[in-house]
Write a protein that binds this ligand. Sequence first.
Ligand code: TNX
Length: 480
Amino acid sequence: MSADSLVPLPLEVEFAGGAPFAIDPLTTMTVAEGTAPSLPEVLSQIARIPLGGVDSPICFSVQPDADLPPSDEAYQIEVNNEGISVLAAAEAGLVRAASTLAQLPEVDDQGRTVIPAVRIIDAPRYPWRGFSMDVARSFYPASEIKRLIDLLTFYRMNTLHLHLTDDQGWRIEIPSRPELAQVSGATAVDGGRSGFYTTEEYRDLVDYAAARHVEIVPEIDVPGHINAATHVYGELLPDGKPTDQYSGSRVGFSRLYADLPATKDFLDDVFGDIADMTPGTHIHIGGDEASELNAEEYSQLMEMIIDSAAKKGHKVVGWQEVATAELPADAIVQYWDINGSKDHMKQAAAKGIKFLISPGDRTYLDMQHNEEETHLGQHWAGYIELRDAYEWDPAEQLEGVEDDSIAGIEATMWTETIPQYDDLTYMLVPRLPALAEVGWSARDRREWDDFAERIANHADFWEDSKTNWHRSPGIGWSSK
Ligand code: TNX
C-alpha cells in the first residue's frame, strides 16, 4: 500500500516533502508508558512493527490535551526521515493510528521500503462503524471471529454486532439456561456449521476485541426469530410442546407470547446473563420480522424485553421494527428494510432517538455482487457492486434522519448461504472497506474514482494475509 492508498481516507494528509523514512525488518517501535498493559503488543501487531526500546525511531504516545478533533479515535501521525511520532488523546486513537501506519509503507525506486514525509490528522465522521455478523444460521468458531476482528480493525471499524440467536441455532452459553446452547447449539441452517461459544470463549472474544477498541454488541433476537428457544422450552408456547428444530431459510414464523408466565422468566434469565457478559454499553434485542404478532402483542413484548435487557444499565439497540414500540430515550434504531414503512422511524427521530444506518441495498453484504454470482448470497435487496457499496450517503437515506440523528452505520452478513470463512471474506472484501470509508471519512472528501485507485493497492495485502476476496470488475487491482 502507500500513503496515497489509505482506506478509509483520513481527514488531512499533507506531504511535507524531503527524504522519506526508511523501514527495514530491524526497525522497532515503542509506546510511551502509562497505557493499558496489553496496548503495546496490540499496536505492534496492527502496525506490523516489532516492539523495541525507548530509542526506537517510531513512538506512540497518549497526550490527553493534544490539539486534535474531539473524538477518542482521533490521532496524528508525523513522519520525517528520522522517525515517526504518533499521538492521540486516548488509547483508541493510537489503535486507529496503528492501522493507518500499517498501510503507509511503499517500495521506492531503489527497492527500499519507505514512508514518505507526511503529516496525517484524522478522526471519524461517525462514532459507530460496525459490522453485524450472523453466527446463528451458520456458526463461525471464535478463532475465525478473531480474524474477522483483525479485518475490521485494519479498516478502523469499531463495533462487531454478533447475531447470536435465530430460528436455526443458539450460539452462546447462558449459565442459567444451559439447555439453550446444549440443544440448539447443535443445529444450523442446511449446509451450515453448528456450535456455540462457551462463556469463557465469549469473554475471551470480548477481551480480544476490547484490546483493539472494538465493542462486541451481542444480539438475542426476540420476540420473533426464536425457534431455537421454543425448540428447547415447550413452556414458551400455549400448547406447551417444544417446536421441531428448523434448518430452512424462511423468516417470520416463530414467536414468543406475552401472556405466558414462562416468557418473562426466560427473558430475565437470558438478558441477565448476557448483560453480565457485556462490559460494553449496548445490547441488541433484535425485534425484526415478528410477523405472527399483532401490533399490541408486539408492543407488550417489547416492553418486557426492554425491561429485561436494560436492567443492568445497557442501552438497547433494535432493528427498525422496534420504532413501532415505546422506546427509552437512549435506544438506537437500526434501519435495514428499504421496502418497509418509514413513518415510525421518522417519528422516533423527531423524539431524539439515534439511528444506525444499514440499508439493504448498500450494506447487506450477503447480497450478491452481480447477476453472474449464483453460488453464494441472495439478492432480495438487489445486487451490490463495489461502487454501490461506496457511492451513497448515510444522511440521505431516511427523511428526518440526518447526521445529528445518526450514531453510525453497520454492514451486515447473513449466513443462510455463507457457511465458511472463505465465503464470508469473498462477500466482504472489497465491499467492507468501502463501507468502512463511508462511515469514517468526511462526505466532501469521498469520491469514487479516487477510492477506486486507492483500494486497488490493497489487493496484495489480501493475498498476503490469505484473505479470499472478490475481484470487483473495473478496478486496476495491484495483484494479478
Ligand atoms: C432479513 S435483516 C433479515 C434476516 C435475513 C436477511 C437475509 C433482518 C433484520 N432480518 O433475518 O437473514 O434478511 O438477507
